[in-house]
Design a protein around this ligand. Structure first.
Ligand code: FE
Ligand code: FE
Length: 205
């Protein structure tokens, strides 16, 4: 009877196979530091895109409060990008190779679509608030996980600095919620009589 003889793999070969060397990809396994670096570059691209989008959003809104909120957040956004540049220097990260953050590109495309499709009105302002809050929530998720990674990796000062940015993103989100309450009432008055009849209460499962 024919037997198939396979030599047991040496530990070195097993490690090489695991890391992808056996398939020719020669990739080093990614580390938590790589994850942090990628997250920092991603959010830097996001902040840079926002410095261009926020002035357009401020110009497009009718409410002065909303306009002020976007304009003030533009100043904060510029500071957020500067803080990230400080972090790149501190951690020796090369920022010349930064890919465009596709998520932020998509969120900004949504905001631009609103500016094209809605007339200037409280309804457009409501739509812009929704678009802006999606942006803030992306930033909150990003900075939240970056701060966690800084904590785990022992980058205490970086975590504190970017924690300040996280606070500002959260405050902006809350401010937008406050402004939305007033604007949505106005938008609702405008839309009255145009929509469907009021929903009847019924039990939902
Ligand atoms: Fe920001
Ligand atoms: Fe923000």
């Amino acid at each position: 009877m024919a037997t198939t003889q396979t030599k047991p793999k040496t530990p070195a070969k097993q490690a090489a196979a695991k890391s992808g060397a056996a398939t020719g990809s020669q990739k080093e396994p990614k580390t938590l530091h790589d994850l942090l670096e990628e997250a920092l570059k991603d959010i830097y691209s996001a902040e840079m895109q926002l410095t261009e989008a926020l002035p357009l959003m401020a110009k497009a809104c009718e409410s002065e409060d909303l306009q002020d909120a976007f304009t003030n957040h533009l100043q904060q956004t510029k500071r957020h990008a500067e803080r990230l540049e400080k972090v790149f220097n501190r951690l020796g990260i090369d920022k010349s190779e930064i890919e465009t953050c596709k998520a932020m590109q998509g969120l900004i495309a949504e905001a631009k679509k609103i500016m094209e499709e809605f007339e200037e009105s409280p309804v457009r302002d409501s739509a812009l608030i929704i678009a802006a809050q999606k942006v803030e929530h992306y930033e909150i998720a990003s900075y939240g996980s970056i701060c966690e990674l800084c904590d785990v990796l022992g980058h205490r000062k970086t975590g504190e600095l970017l924690g300040r940015t996280l606070d500002e993103e959260e405050e902006t989100d809350e401010l937008l919620t406050d402004i939305a309450q007033e604007i949505n009432d106005e938008a609702c008055d405008m839309s009255e009589g145009q929509g469907e009849e009021e929903e009847e209460d019924e039990d939902e499962t």
